[in-house]
Design a protein around this ligand. Structure first.
Ligand code: AMP
Length: 249
């Protein structure tokens, strides 16, 4: 059983994001980039399924600039078998990524496609759902547990007020939530091994996908600065201020 996992190169989650002075987007120059955290969880889950003897091959794919190869090498170091870079300098929006992944699904015929539930840069939470619709595959989003057996994936997902378990007929699309697993640390020997694993580079045109953006970003702005707080001498004054100034009591 083949598993296809998508990994996106995003600004590292520890970095304080700066907005460009012309408000056209966020500043990516000299900023540390890493694998989207939800995608790390997706790779870990696929590798665990391989280690458990459920899967035979884990293929990782990233769409974006040439530097996304580093992200793919990290995925290979976690334990994926081979990588595909869909090389493009365009801004790739979720619909385009979903179309690219659909074309790859047709080519590679994986039984399971695992994506992150959202990319922490655009926070779209759209790609997995769009892929499932375009490829006409069953989907379980926000997975917190995945069990694969007898041609089905049983997926637990957290919903308001509890957990829900879905049984999907494979092939299927799953998106990961934070609680699914804790990705392993990548060790130096595995980083060295990953350098020798196959990494193929293709262009969106090879998959017959037009990557032109359909949405236009009008403006990106910093959140408004919070005004400074005040210290009050005692509870009586606090209650008074909440009544007369904040008017919340
Ligand atoms: P989004 O819909 O943008 O929030 O992204 C959801 C998931 O889709 C991510 O966690 C990735 O697994 C996948 N994805 C989105 N964009 C890309 C990309 N450019 N390359 C590879 N995977 C992507």
């Amino acid at each position: 059983m083949k598993i296809l996992v998508s990994v996106k190169r995003v600004i590292d989650y520890n970095v304080k994001v700066r907005v460009k002075s012309d408000n056209s987007g966020v500043d990516l120059s000299n900023v540390k980039m890493s694998m989207n955290p939800f995608d790390e969880i997706a790779v870990e889950e696929a590798v665990r399924l391989k280690e458990a003897g459920v899967a035979t091959e884990v293929i990782v794919v990233s769409a974006g600039v040439a530097q996304a190869q580093e992200t793919l090498r990290t995925a290979l170091a976690i334990g994926a078998d081979r990588a595909i870079l869909i090389d493009s300098n365009e801004e790739l929006q979720p619909l385009v990524v979903a179309k690219l992944l659909k074309a790859l699904v047709e080519k590679e015929q994986p039984q399971l496609v695992i994506l992150g539930k959202q990319a922490i840069d655009d926070d779209s939470n759209q790609t997995g759902q769009m892929l499932a619709a375009l490829a006409n595959l069953p989907q379980a989003t926000f997975a917190s547990k995945v069990v694969v057996a007898d041609g089905r994936a049983n997926v637990s997902r957290e919903v308001d007020g509890g957990a829900e378990t879905l049984s999907l007929k494979l092939p299927a699309v799953i998106t990961t939530d934070l609680r699914l697993n804790e990705p392993r640390y990548v060790t130096l020997p595995n980083i060295m091994k990953a350098k020798k694993k196959p990494l193929e580079t293709i262009k969106p045109a090879d998959l017959g996908v037009d990557v032109a953006p359909r949405l236009k970003t009008l403006k990106v702005a910093e959140p408004p600065k919070r005004s400074a707080g005040v210290k009050v001498p005692d509870v009586k004054t606090l209650v008074e201020k909440l009544k007369t100034e904040a008017k919340v009591l």
